[in-house]
Design a protein around this ligand. Structure first.
Ligand SMILES: *[C@@H]1O[C@H](CO)[C@@H](O)[C@H](O)[C@H]1NC(C)=O
Ligand SMILES: *[C@@H]1O[C@H](CO)[C@@H](O)[C@H](O)[C@H]1NC(C)=O
Ligand SMILES: [Fe+2]
Length: 430
């Protein structure tokens, strides 16, 4: 009886909430799929390199990251033909403890200088049984990015990864929520193995989401321990003092990665760093600027409304991005796809960024399929389906964005839009 009463109360509250926000279910989409967990292959020894992934460092270097279960040399051999390694670089390694879990040896080696748009072959920890290869990004436009948020490790994640594997992209951008380990550290290892086939081939540039925080009051106070140890990004190179926010240039694009779950108020280091970073953009070199956060600043989904990481960060930082004529702001967090028009301070504005939520990579929590009704005019396209985005920056003035829906395991181009760079629009002169 008490249980029935409880359920009735929850129902009444849910109805009241739905009525209050005016939420409608717009699509009846496929449910969440099974978790997957990738074990270490049987043939691996304790010194086999695993979880290999790469990220760009400056204009012509690449960071190679990998893990060995026990101690192995932190060395990368590489060259431009298979099995013919003409260069050898030694890096540094680390490990961390999280409650009872002890990580393997996390290796980190920066190699280069490398030529642009060139294939390299490499091995890690002198292990010849596993040869990897990657392609460096181009030095000039065009460049093709893949964009996926809230990846997780389910069968939907696999389907998304399979689709972007066929894309021939130059670089992947991740707006946070990677492994969904949520304190179970073995899931970070599983995630590393799941993404290795792609992440060892092209630079994966990531920022963090709430699932990376992994803080537990009293017993584990340090946030982002696993994330920072395993997914080190080139922050020092952009004058940042934190792995949680940084920027870099690639081809003709300045990419800014922001941290939604670290301080962002006007006296914070992140705010001051962002201000300085935006001030240094050279439009001659990088006519395009894109920014990436985890918690969206514009969102008409009923999920994740009213969170300070969205609302306060927007309040403090929106004007900086607007004044700097940032072209596109990508976010994750909401497990759906949504594209806005160019918007500033809630109003359509031709010189403002386009906001895109792409939190539909495939995580285990499923889709967020309730939307505010009626739809605000600034929201152009919204749909709760799993999928990923593709941004091809063609030249200094034109870029094309395509959102691909994973429909019945087939990738279907479902929203396509051409962008004109704000730096080329005389009406938006800085
Ligand atoms: C996936 O794993 C999480 C815990 O890691 C669990 O809470 C969830 O119920 C699982 N989902 C499915 C569909 O098995
Ligand atoms: C840039 O690309 C667009 C789309 O392909 C094309 O129409 C335009 O002419 C190009 N601009 C220049 C300067 O090449
Ligand atoms: Fe999130």
């Amino acid at each position: 009886m008490a249980v029935m009463k409880g359920q009735a109360l929850v129902f009444v509250l849910a109805m009241a909430f739905a009525g209050f926000t005016g939420c409608v279910v717009s699509y009846d989409r496929p449910p969440a799929r099974k978790n997957i967990s990738i074990l270490q292959p049987k043939e691996f020894s304790s010194t086999s390199p695993q979880q290999v992934h790469i990220s760009v460092v400056g204009p012509d270097k690449m960071r190679i990251s990998w893990i060995t279960q026990s101690s192995a040399p932190t060395v990368v051999d590489y060259g431009t033909s298979p099995k013919a390694y003409t260069n050898t670089v030694t890096g540094t390694s680390s490990s961390y403890r999280y409650l009872l879990y002890e990580s393997g040896q996390i290796h980190d080696t920066v190699i280069g200088p490398l030529n642009p748009n060139t294939a390299y072959y490499y091995r890690c920890s002198s292990d010849s049984t596993r040869e990897f290869s990657f392609k460096t990004p181009p030095a000039q436009l065009p460049i093709k990015f893949a964009v996926i948020g809230d990846l997780g490790q389910t069968e939907w994640t696999s389907s998304t990864l399979r689709h972007i594997g066929q894309l021939n992209y130059d670089m992947l951008l991740v707006p946070g929520d990677l492994a969904y380990a949520d304190m179970v550290q073995q899931l970070w290892d599983s995630f590393g193995r799941l993404v290795e086939p792609l992440a060892s081939q092209r630079p994966w540039m990531v920022t963090q989401g709430n699932h990376e925080i992994e803080k537990i009051p009293v017993i584990h106070k340090a946030p982002f321990m696993a994330y920072n140890a395993r997914w080190r990004m080139p922050f020092e190179e952009s004058g940042s003092t934190s792995n949680l926010y940084y920027s870099f240039n690639v081809a003709g694009v300045h990419v800014i990665m922001l941290g939604s779950y670290t301080d962002f108020d006007p006296i914070s280091d992140q705010f001051k760093w962002l201000q300085a970073d935006l001030g240094k953009i050279d439009r001659g070199k990088t006519p395009w600027t894109i920014a990436i956060v985890h918690a969206p600043w514009y969102n008409t989904n009923c999920a994740h409304q009213g969170e300070p990481e969205s609302d306060l960060m927007k309040k403090y930082m929106e004007k900086l991005l607007y004044k700097a004529r940032v072209d596109i702001v990508f976010a994750g967090h909401v497990h759906a796809y949504e594209r806005f028009t160019r918007v500033y301070d809630e109003k359509a504005d031709n010189c403002a960024p386009t906001y895109i939520t792409i939190g539909d990579g495939g995580n285990r929590e499923g889709l967020a399929n309730k939307y505010m009704d009626p739809k605000p005019e600034t929201s152009v396209f919204r749909e709760a389906s799993f999928g990923y985005g593709e941004l091809e920056v063609v030249n200094a003035t034109d870029a094309v964005w395509t959102w691909h829906r994973n429909d019945d395991d087939v990738s279907v181009a479902s929203d396509t839009v051409w962008f004109r760079s704000l730096s080329s629009d005389p009406a938006c002169k800085l």
